[in-house]
Design a protein around this ligand. Structure first.
Ligand code: E4P
Length: 214
């Protein structure tokens, strides 16, 4: 399973990349706004840190504008993946970009049918938003499971990118279901290392070692 980091914060990206865990990065307009720099500058800086797919999202809502933005963003680096919203225009843009071998990530996926449409249009990734479904009382993980079954039924090559991950259990369950990628916020990535028995076990080993040295 690949791990992407879901952030526009360069310090978080550098730190998590140093742990050897990060295969790519996802951003969105909210994360770019939080970073406080323009998107092209940010994506260029990320591409100098991480050697892997970097998702950059278009702002236009019409296919023509999406495509103009996409071709501009794709020039930044070969690793740029164009993030398009799951709309009719997003699908039109996805179809053209796929035919031109530009990688795409279809975002704001909340139903299995939406994922099916994206796969049929040649999307490289689909991003089902697990946490936002949980927020409205649905079960985000059920969506990942449904998409996995559909993609397996038809041998689609589109990758499932579990997004809107809020806690470590989302990561574990995505892996159990067989999601290809999880895009994970820094805070959750850092929590993946932890277990109280690891802490207490290590403490005891170090205490016993110290005693044996006396
Ligand atoms: C994914 O690509 C999105 O950037 C992200 O996972 C959204 O997460 P949120 O629902 O926590 O904003």
């Amino acid at each position: 399973m690949e791990f992407f980091i879901d952030t526009g914060d360069l310090n978080e990206i550098k730190e998590a990349y140093s742990w050897g865990l990060i295969d790519g990065v996802t951003t969105n307009p909210s994360l770019v706004a939080k970073a406080g720099v323009d998107q092209k500058t940010l994506i260029k800086e990320i591409s100098q840190i991480v050697d892997g797919p970097i998702s950059a999202e278009v702002i236009s809502t019409q296919a023509e504008g999406m495509l103009a933005e996409a071709y501009d963003l794709a020039k930044i680096h070969d690793n740029v993946v164009i993030k398009l919203p799951m709309t009719k225009d997003g699908m039109i843009a996805c179809n053209e970009l796929s035919r031109n071998n530009i990688n795409t990530n279809i975002t704001l996926i909340f139903s299995a049918n939406q994922a099916l449409l994206a796969a049929k249009n040649g999307a490289t990734y689909v991003s089902p938003f697990i946490g936002r479904l949980d927020d409205i009382g649905q079960t985000g993980m059920q969506l990942i499971s449904e998409i996995k079954d559909i993609f397996d039924n038809y041998a689609f090559t589109t990758k499932i990118l579990a997004a809107s991950i809020r806690h470590v259990d989302h990561v574990k369950t995505s892996a159990l279901i067989g999601s290809d990628v999880a895009t994970i916020p820094y805070k959750v990535l850092a929590q993946l290392f932890n277990h109280p028995l690891t802490d207490s076990g290590l403490k005891k080993f170090l205490e016993d070692h110290a005693k044996s040295m006396k």
